[in-house]
Ligand binder design. Structure first.
Ligand code: NAD
Length: 353
């Protein structure tokens, strides 16, 4: 019998060559390096790839056209309607899956599997870096060192003495208590921080006890008592501008905010206003509302630590993307079991049964 066919999108694998060799024993692979949107649509219309059972896209950063931009979803209904009826599963690297319309895929009976666990360790480390950053303003210290001007060096050295304080015994208000937040919680405890959280789904008692978490049913109530607010929520309609002008106003005067989730969770314009007024004393941002565009105002603020959506990007993360995307497809198509990390199970099951 012919092997099921897999459409491989994006850059080649970097690490899991042995696993890929085994994967190829089960599947015939069709490769497409950079699927630009219009070209990809035309190829699907022309049935260039023939029938295929799965799409494998381990590296989320290649094939930029599928990523979210100002116009919204890119792997959308227009593309999904053109997928062959043989298609059963799509497995993509990355934790967030906002560029993919997983509901539309689900309605066609197609699973979408992400790799939520892969970047959790790295992202939590980045959050800790930014949390330390917003208390100690070390990126300001770095700039003062890199400019190699002795006067600036001495000036910033002196200013840091009174401009900064320790995270120890300060309240970290955590918005979202999922996979990444729990890792941040464990590490923030090691810094001596006091942990509060808000999540529409309260964590189990064991988790609260293990990490020493105080639960708040009301977001703004927690914002009011937090010295630093950490965002670890998925980006969706209900979290768009979750931190808006009103939320920023609700925050404790002089407090700080860290975002490793997604840019549009914060109303960036409102944040800039709050930073300018001093109501928010510092921000640590890995993600931006219109990234890769970064507002000039933020870039020029000495009290803001910025990273280029580097949060989850480490070698271990990429290894896991490669491993888990292949494993999801093989488990479902070859072993006949449920995929390991689907995100749209309910819709798929409704469509299939
Ligand atoms: P997760 O699904 O394990 O946890 C998310 C938590 O947010 C859940 O507990 C959920 O109940 C909660 N939540 C949902 N809506 C909320 C709301 N309105 N207010 C408060 N909490 C809410 O996800 P995770 O693995 O912890 O990742 C969180 C997000 O981080 C991802 O969706 C992704 O967008 C982002 N991320 C960023 C990077 C990076 O490089 N910066 C890397 C990985 C993930």
């Amino acid at each position: 019998t012919p092997k099921p066919r897999v459409l491989y999108l994006g850059a080649p694998l970097r690490y899991k060559q042995d696993q890929f060799k085994e994967f190829c024993e089960h599947f015939e692979i069709i490769t497409e390096e950079v699927p630009e949107r219009q070209k990809f649509i035309q190829n699907l219309k022309d049935k260039k790839y023939g029938d295929f059972a799965a799409i494998l896209k381990p590296h989320f950063e290649s094939g930029n056209d599928f990523r979210v931009d100002r116009e919204g979803k890119r792997f959308d209904k227009e593309i999904i309607d053109l997928l062959p009826s043989s298609m059963k599963i799509m497995a993509g690297g990355g934790a967030g899956f906002d560029p993919i319309d997983t509901i539309e895929l689900g309605k066609r009976g197609i699973y979408y599997c992400n790799c939520a666990d892969a970047p959790a360790e790295a992202t939590s480390d980045t959050a800790i870096y930014l949390i330390i950053g917003v208390f100690r303003l070390l990126s300001w210290a770095e700039q003062a060192t890199r400019c190699r001007d002795p006067a600036v060096f001495n000036d910033v050295h002196d200013k840091l003495l009174t401009a900064t304080c320790n995270p120890n015994e300060k309240v970290l208000g955590m918005v979202g208590m999922g996979l990444i937040a729990r890792k941040i919680a464990r590490k923030a405890r090691a810094l001596g921080m006091v942990l509060h959280y808000y999540d529409p789904f309260r964590a189990p008692k064991e988790v609260e006890e293990e990490y020493g978490l105080v639960y708040h049913e009301d977001l703004h109530e927690m914002l009011a008592i937090s010295d630093c607010v950490n965002l670890s929520v998925p980006y969706m309609e209900s979290t768009h501008h979750l931190i808006d002008e009103a939320a920023l106003k609700a925050m404790k005067p002089g407090s700080r905010i860290v975002n490793t989730a997604r840019g549009p969770v914060i109303d960036e314009k409102a944040l800039i206003v709050a930073l300018k007024s001093g109501h928010i004393s510092s921000a640590g941002l890995d993600v931006f509302e219109f990234e890769p565009e970064v507002p000039k105002e933020l870039a020029e603020m000495y009290n803001v630590t910025l990273t280029c959506h580097a949060g989850g990007g480490s070698r271990e993360t990429i290894v896991r993307f490669e491993e888990l995307t292949m494993l999801n497809i093989k488990t479902y198509i070859i072993d006949g079991k449920d995929p390991i990390s689907p995100v749209n199970t309910k819709v798929v099951k409704t469509a299939l049964f």
